[in-house]
Design a protein around this ligand. Structure first.
Ligand code: ADP
Length: 509
């Protein structure tokens, strides 16, 4: 029997069935479903359905007595109550809506979600959530609980497309992209085709280190300066390293970078994190190292484990310059005839556009790490598909795209992307969710690498940078050839609710 079928059986009580029938009656009063004995006639009007509702409900007092019976566990008591009765108790303040999963227990998680939807829906001005198209059934909430989300009312599906395959370091990978942006997957696929025609992409991992930068106050700048000198010394570094690395077998302290502003000291810890993206891991290590430091500097006050010197989920030059997460360069040669036949442009036009747009244009705009056309588009779509933290696309999308003529007569194209901050993991975070794991399985990099911890996460970073290369190549080519608007008009016009006069959206914004 499938897991889904089992979930259905274990979470479905007779009372739930009764309520389902009532829901159908309320939604479709014209359909002649059997009515309970209290109904006057066979035809069911909404008013009569309300009467039905109360027919099934016990009084608040009775429900409370069942709920508070001490000879049973809370979850056993709750399974004796109907959804409506639980909602009544919650609305009366006897059950906290945020604690439903804890009270119901692991085998009634979907019911907890269903009841929360009803409570929130009925308290809202629109009242739509309960019967909305936001799905909630057949989802493994056990993986969400205490790890991924609170106050859960369902899940948001995003279309998943596959671009490619793309040959990365000699291996072919399908490129998973979760997106609602028409033409993005098709365009990336076209880039993959052009790259494969030249033999594929080669990648270099030039750095691997997640960072945390606490803010530490001292009574004076002199004392902050002494602490800085101690951290920068071999002795200080060694004491902090030992404390830091005691917290995880995967955390190896790579560097400590210090900076002072007034009497506040900032320390940027950088560490390997195995196959985890590593924010939890590095936070634990940093906390331990600061405890060791406090022994030496009792006057110091740790203001925050993150003092924004990390820098996580905010634009920052330090990330662009020093790197954060995986630093990857990918490179490929696209033969001149492929530039003509697949990309419909020329090496000369591409190189000229890349300089004027991605380099000079971004410089004119004062950009930090934005020397690309739309790295964030491809990266974020793969982040969503593989369970990464989408907010980290801020720094992870930093990218410089370079193009130059190559070959004996400069007829071919040498193209590369340099991405210093790809923050990814294949364990922890959203990678524990089954669909995201399915995508990582497709790539052969789910979970911890069995022999070399960190290799799965590094491979994911290499795949992402390679896909970004494909996306850059395709969009730049489309711009150079001037077909962007035409492609959008054909593929990106929503058939459902876009007014005929609405302008087509361009995916690079
Ligand atoms: P993050 O640090 O990215 O927030 P988590 O703390 O959720 O992620 O996940 C990391 C956890 O996974 C740690 O407890 C770590 O011990 C465990 N783990 C198991 N195998 C690995 C591995 N190969 N690389 C990194 N962490 C691993």
């Amino acid at each position: 029997m499938s897991t889904i079928a089992q979930q259905h059986i274990s979470s479905f009580s007779v009372r739930d069935l009764e309520l389902k029938l009532k829901q159908v009656r309320l939604a479709h009063p014209e359909q002649s479903l059997p009515s309970p004995p209290s109904s006057d006639s066979g035809s069911s009007s909404p008013r009569e359905s309300q009467t039905e509702e109360s027919y099934f409900l016990r009084s608040l007092k009775e429900c409370l007595a069942i709920y508070e019976e001490t000879s049973r566990s809370r979850s056993e008591s709750l399974s004796l109550l109907s959804d409506e009765e639980v909602i009544m108790l919650a609305n009366n303040g006897n059950i906290a809506t945020y604690a439903l999963e804890k009270l119901f227990g692991m085998d009634q998680l979907e019911r907890a979600v269903r009841i929360r939807r009803a409570i929130i829906s009925r308290a809202s001005s629109t009242g739509t959530l309960e019967s909305s198209s936001i799905p909630y059934e057949n989802y493994d909430y056990s993986r969400v609980l205490g790890a991924c989300c609170e106050n859960v009312v369902g899940y948001i599906p995003i279309p998943l497309g596959v671009a490619g395959p793309l040959t990365v370091d000699g291996t072919q990978y399908p490129i998973p992209m979760a997106t609602a942006e028409g033409t993005l997957v098709a365009s990336t696929s076209r880039g993959c085709k052009a790259l494969n025609a030249g033999g594929g992409v080669t990648t270099v991992l030039v750095g691997d280190g997640m960072t945390r930068g606490p803010a530490i106050d001292f009574p004076s700048a002199i004392q902050a300066g002494k602490a800085k000198a101690w951290i920068d010394s071999d002795d200080g570094h060694e004491i902090l390293r030992e404390a830091f690395e005691s917290t995880s077998r995967f955390a190896k302290l790579k560097s400590l970078k210090t900076a002072i502003a007034g009497r506040t000291l900032y320390v940027r810890f950088a560490t390997t994190t195995g196959d985890a993206m590593g924010m939890n891991m590095i936070s634990k290590g940093t906390e331990k190292a600061l405890e060791a430091m406090q022994k030496r500097f009792p006057e110091m006050v740790v203001l925050a484990l993150s003092g924004n010197y990390c820098t996580d989920k905010k634009p920052a030059a330090i990330n662009w310059i020093e790197g954060r997460g995986k630093s990857v360069v990918t490179e490929a040669v696209v033969p001149g005839h492929v530039v003509k036949t697949v990309l419909k442009t020329t090496v000369k036009d591409l190189c000229n556009l890349n300089v004027k747009k991605n380099l000079i244009g971004s410089a004119m705009a004062g950009s930090i790490g934005g020397f690309n056309a739309h790295a964030a588009n491809i990266l974020t779509a793969i982040f969503l598909a593989t369970g990464q933290d989408p907010a980290q696309n801020v720094e992870s999308s930093m990218c410089m795209t370079l193009m130059e003529p190559t070959g004996p007569n400069g007829e071919d194209l040498l193209v590369s992307v340099t991405m210093p901050c790809i923050e990814v993991g294949t364990v922890g975070g959203g990678t524990v969710l089954a669909p995201q794991q399915g995508v990582l399985d497709m790539l052969g990099i789910r979970g911890a690498h069995p022999q070399q911890p960190g290799q799965n996460a590094q491979t994911l970073a290499r795949i992402i940078a390679s896909a970004v290369l494909a996306g850059e190549l395709s969009l730049l080519s489309a711009l150079a050839a001037g077909h962007l608007i035409k492609a959008h008009m054909a593929h990106n016009r929503s058939q459902v609710n876009t007014p005929a006069t609405a302008p087509s959206i361009i995916y690079e914004s």
